[in-house]
Ligand binder design. Structure first.
Ligand code: UDX
Length: 430
């Protein structure tokens, strides 16, 4: 099929590349000329394992990129994969996707025949039918249900495994009340449905929008719940990881997402959980559990710092921070737990020396004045303490590097440091 995708971030680019790999012709529309040039040159504009190969194979061929919406007219279906960031109050900002819908609608005015528009971005329930569909209909002059069809098809891609997640889905969700739209989505996803054992979920548009929020809010809440339990374990001197391993054997709980520690960061969990909390509250319902999940997550960095306080004053002392990315395998520091930890260390007057294998440059925009080192031992040298914020595998093998510390206090926020002898070691929940 001939598919267009508006927006070429880590979702839009990954989906475009995977669609071409399924045999479709895809045009990616983006405002950023550098992204467009990279894709047409067969280069991935973002780092995602496996994306380089897909771009090298299809970029500039069956995957074309452009800044010009007109190319949409050559396609049968358009996916909207635009950012839906948070406003100051945590509510969703749909201004970018609304503007894209307006421009898409204007362009579709020139097209004879049907067109399907699919929301790929994470949007609050009713956004597609009550906000985007009217914009598209007004701007294109097309009639909903006649020659204009809308649907919602959420993605469940994790940073660092986006290509793998797309190609190995547990579910593929099609939300629409238009048979034309549902049939179009089936045709696009047919190769993936046949190649994977994914369950196809056909549902309403609002249900599909809510499934995305429920998925993220549930996972974020699961992490906060194991952190709440982990904090209780710490007070009783109990190892939360021993407890998690045992309860994870209950298949109703499962072993995944039970790693207690500094909590969640990233571009989705905080954004989506706060957006659905805000939207729910607007209806008059108070989502107490989700509010508690956010509150527990917000508290974890301070708990780590108070463990550090128990071992002495860090004012004017060198403190090594190991790990800056919001999780291993990415250079992304958005909502990273290292940010409130470094803020807290600066409030305590510490001199921070930070190390991360790939995320230092991104963190420099938040903290231009701290020291960044090229190796963990350089951050640890002469340090009075060390805090660990990201569970990079390379931290698990650190051993004699700690000997260069002035005093060997190590507060581990991610249960990754193996060596304990000769260290004053504190685990956040163990
Ligand atoms: C998440 C969702 O998993 C994905 O489905 C959605 O599409 C986008 O948001 P992502 O944010 O990339 O993906 O990362 P994920 O691997 O889910 O981890 C999120 C955060 O939770 C990370 O900061 C991670 O360190 C933390 N986490 C995860 C824990 O603290 N404990 C765990 O057990 C698991």
């Amino acid at each position: 099929m001939r598919v267009s995708i508006v927006g070429s971030g880590y979702v839009g680019t990954t989906v475009a590349a995977c669609f071409t790999d399924m045999g479709h012709d895809v045009v990616n529309v983006d405002i950023d000329q550098d992204i467009v040039d990279a894709i047409n040159a067969g280069k991935a504009p973002i780092h995602e394992p496996g994306l380089d190969d897909l771009l090298a194979t299809h970029g500039g061929d069956t995957l074309a990129a452009t800044t010009d919406y007109e190319d949409v007219l050559e396609t049968d279906v358009t996916f909207l994969a635009l950012p839906t960031p948070s406003k100051e109050d945590g509510s969703i900002d749909t201004s970018i996707i609304e503007a894209a819908a307006e421009t898409l609608g204007d362009t579709l005015r020139e097209k004879d025949g049907d067109h399907v528009v699919v929301t790929k971005s994470t949007v609050i329930p009713r956004t597609t039918t009550e906000t985007l569909a009217p914009i598209l209909a007004d701007a294109s002059g097309k009639q909903l249900g006649a020659d204009l069809h809308v649907a919602m098809n959420p993605e469940f891609l994790r940073e660092g495994t986006a290509v793998e997640d797309f190609q190995n889905p547990d579910k593929i969700v099609f939300g629409s009340d238009s048979e034309t739209a549902i049939d179009t989505l089936h045709e696009i996803f047919k190769p993936l449905i046949e190649a994977s054992d994914a369950t196809v979920v056909e549902t309403g548009v609002e249900e599909a929008e809510m499934i995305k929020y429920a998925n993220n809010a549930f996972l974020a809440s699961k992490v906060s719940l194991i952190n709440d339990i982990g904090n209780i374990c710490k007070e009783f001197g109990v190892d939360a990881y021993e407890v998690a391993d045992a309860i994870g054997l209950d298949d109703r709980i499962s072993e995944r997402f039970l790693r207690s520690g500094l909590g969640w960061g990233g571009s989705c969990f905080g954004k989506d959980t706060n957006a659905i909390i805000h939207a729910a509250t607007e209806t008059g319902y108070e989502p107490a559990m989700l509010e508690a999940a956010v509150a527990v997550n917000d508290r974890q960095p301070e708990r780590l710092l108070s463990l550090l306080d128990d071992h002495g004053d860090v004012e004017s002392e060198r403190v090594a921070v190991l790990g800056l990315a919001f999780k291993p395998g990415t250079d992304d520091v958005r909502d990273s737990r290292a940010i409130p930890v470094i803020n807290g260390l600066q409030e305590r007057g510490a001199n921070v020396a930070a190390y991360d294998p790939v995320a230092a440059e991104n963190m420099r925009t938040h903290f231009p004045d701290i020291e960044y080192t090229d190796a963990p031992q350089d951050a640890l040298a002469d340090a009075s303490a060390c805090v660990v914020c990201t569970d990079w595998d390379e931290f698990a093998v650190l051993d004699d590097e700690f000997d260069a510390m002035e005093t060997r206090v190590v507060v581990d926020g991610r249960r990754i440091i193996e060596r304990r002898d000769g260290l004053t070691y504190e685990g956040l929940t163990w």
